[in-house]
Write a protein that binds this ligand. Sequence first.
Ligand code: GP9
Ligand code: MN
Length: 632
Amino acid sequence: MLNQKQNLLNKGWFFFAIAALFLWAKTYYALQSAFTLNIENWIQQFILVITPISSLLFFLGLSFFFSPKRRNKAFMTIYFLMSFALYANVVYFRFFNDYITLPVLMQYKNFGDLGGSAKALIHPMDILYWVDIVILITWLVAKKVRPKMEFRRRTVAMIFAASLGFAAVNISLAEMERPQLLVRTFDRAKLVKLLGIYNYHIYDTVMTAKTSSHRVMADSNELTEVLNYVNSQQGKMGAKGKYFGKAEGKNVVLVSLESTQNFVIDRKLNGQEITPFLNDLKDDSFYFSNFYHNTGQGKTSDSEFIIDNSMYGLPRGAVFTTNAGNEYNATPEIVKDHGYTPVSFHGNNASFWNRDIMYQSLGYDHYFSKKEYNVTDENSVNYGLKDIPFFEQSMPKLKGLDKPYYAKFITMTNHYPYILNNEKNKMIEPANTGDGSVDRYFQTMRYQDESIKKFFQMMKEQGEYKDTIFVLYGDHYGISENHNRAMSEILGKEIRPFEHIQLQKVPLIIHVPGMEGKEMDTVGGQIDLKPTILNLLGIEQENDVQFGTDLFKENREDMTIFRDGSVVTDKYVYAAEKDICYDKETGEEIDAKSCAPLKEKAETELGFSDEVVYGDLLRFMDSEQEENKQSE
Ligand code: GP9
Ligand code: MN
């Protein structure tokens, strides 16, 4: 009997299996207890059980490729590294509520915040993360029972085949739960939840390698080329708009309106206004009725990037996640140099869209995220805090800031799938197209409108209103092409590519207390907001890489470029996906020749913008400015 036991303990495969089981168990334990993953259904629960398996089989299996003499050491080194990665994330999560990324590891300043509290982050129960290693090492070095890890072609092939199989099941289930998970890479919490902690690190490593190789190849000549282009674009820089300095020294409040398309403005549903407050506000403000979003896969985060930088988001993924370590010259940083306090308010996890990291690069002083709000089951829905309590709880925080402030508020309730969990929040009947998302969209939109109304009331009551300018904008579309049938019922017309492009209009309302309202018909987009805001504040800019123009400038080119290469001007609409040119006025298809120059311009401009981001070209800005000075 004893002999049999010893025999088993001497078997390499048995040792491998037990070690794999240990590693699986502690990883699963960490996923369940150390991280907040918000498991919503049994598929996600199942994913959690299987996610560690593919990567641990793969990595531990690599030890078989070492010579028999080194194999045990290699095995234990790999085992230790995986355990260490796991434990490092556990500790990091306790403090940052986030997962480690390679760029974060390199940006050691993030760890600076930990300071002396690192010790406090280590709990006695953490011994569980290490005791297995002690057991395995003892087992390996014990005299009587020493497992021989033999390389048997069939066993090793089976280990790797099983690893591949588990990976395939995991990825397909993850895709089912969150389509485009890998392409959009919007949230580390989701990646870890659906891919597991080890696969997440593999993914993160590949992403980092990809972006840093672009960066390594780039040099300052590329920046010069981009600057030449930007400066050659008539009116992009320099000349001041009509309202230059009109809001000098005032606070700036930006309100990002979640999934808000312009078609809801002034529209009625069952005889009721969908956005009664915005409809009134716009009459008292500069209301831009030909304003479009320019976002891509980065959705809200793209809108934030575009607005703060006047550069485009990326063709794949979100610049917030892929290039957060870049050098930027964003509005928050610029206004800070002029005495402003730049901050952002949003009731979701700080790591969502990598905001916690990216905001540092954009120059925000502080990010008031979910952890600084009181979020309960009642006052939250979907991604987090509902808009009304969000504004209510934000007010004292806003009041506590040094003035003037540049404060961005990102609303969230009007987010797909447009749900409200309280009858009182439903202030309008849903539509009845039979398409649930479209029908509910109007209810969450109406709720959002109410929250903005409350916000303005509070700003007035608290005496913040009159010294502040308000910039309210829709972040991106809410109703995608998949809902064209229901949308054509709502709009009463067929939705061709032309109408689809028109549906990308989002509201832009610039409210300056004391200034009279006016409807502005210039064609523009989010890309134009940075110069528009800076001009209003009277902040002059020279030699900056920005692709937009001040919307108040009288002779500006009426035009905006979409991330997919589509273009809208005052005369034409070019739909890139279908390669169709339309007359803007009549909506009729016209000869492609009319749109050819627009198409070319879009390609050039998007190309330049991508070069700046992928190559991190703004880091060469200082030397560029030096050269300019010398040649003057
Ligand atoms: C989440 C919110 C929504 O924090 O900004 O993001 P989205 O899905 O709209 O990009
Ligand atoms: Mn959004």
